[in-house]
Design a protein around this ligand. Structure first.
Ligand SMILES: [Zn+2]
Length: 274
């Protein structure tokens, strides 16, 4: 029977994304959206995961760990993996220098070591994008895998270095590195679908969950050893009836033959050592 993997992942941004990515540190209302994720959303999500005994991956900025140590400890102590998502949740292209990016990523490593007693092996960019320095920094700090890019939909691959995209000459793909990519998709992310901002309204919740289910079913039917990565945010998915829809999705996956819930690290380790 073909083995498929489903990785439920949570970007546990807390208030960090509102401070550093959406640049609104003086907006108590925006910060309160992050607090909802910490105080209300995450506990609800953890209770749901407990019901199914599912181990998941929480990409947690060091800022969240250091600001809300009890909430971060709750995630870790209830058996979930904690991996890297920046310290400050700064978008890699917004750092002033390589040194600034390096220091922030290193600080995030230290926060995770303080929480878990071990170094993170995986990274998810706060903007799902790299600067020209990110890959080298990840290599220098001993990271083994990433989950931010999209060159495939349901299959891990290796991140490439030395690529070139000049405006006036053909694209050069570069060469494979040792860093394993476990790809994400904007289609399997709750934030663009459900998080209101002034440029974007709400998607139809029922349609989005149906789309996730259809994508999962297509993967099972068409991809050998497929890996389905779903990205969620406690401040988004942890709201009222979305949890019931998530529960229904988890039940659907759990009932599918030959499918296992895994952490992203488990998937990356298996691919990297194959
Ligand atoms: Zn994030």
């Amino acid at each position: 029977m073909t083995h498929h993997s489903v990785c439920l992942t949570f970007d546990f941004d807390g208030v960090s994304s509102w401070i550093h990515s959406f640049e609104s540190p003086d907006s108590p209302t925006k910060l309160s959206r992050g607090l909802f994720g910490v105080d209300v959303g995450a506990p609800r999500v953890l209770d749901l995961l407990d019901e199914f005994g599912v181990e998941t991956t929480w990409f947690t900025p060091g800022h969240t760990i250091d600001s809300f140590p009890e909430a971060a400890e709750e995630v870790w102590s209830r058996g979930h993996d904690v991996q890297h998502h920046g310290w400050s949740h700064t978008r890699p292209r917004q750092y002033e220098s390589r040194a600034a990016e390096y220091d922030d990523v290193k600080r995030g490593v230290e926060s995770i070591v303080d929480l878990t007693g071990r170094r993170p092996t995986g990274y998810r960019s706060p903007s799902w994008d790299f600067s020209t320095h990110t890959l080298g920094i990840l290599d220098e700090l001993g990271f083994e895998w990433d989950s931010s890019q999209m060159a495939t939909d349901f299959e891990p691959y290796r991140v490439r270095e030395g690529w070139a995209a000049p405006a006036d000459a053909p694209f050069e793909r570069g060469t494979e590195t040792d860093i394993v990519e476990v790809p994400v998709s904007w289609q399997r992310d709750d934030f663009p679908a459900f998080a209101f901002n002034r440029k974007r309204g709400y998607a139809n919740e029922k349609a989005v969950f149906r789309q996730w289910r259809e994508q999962f079913d297509w993967m099972v039917d068409n991809v050998d050893g497929g890996v389905f990565v779903l990205t969620m945010h406690p401040q988004v998915i942890g709201q009222s009836h979305r949890l019931a829809r998530l529960e229904s999705f988890v039940e659907h996956v759990a009932d599918a033959p030959g499918v296992a819930f895994e952490t992203v690290a488990e998937v990356a380790d298996r691919f990297g050592s194959a």
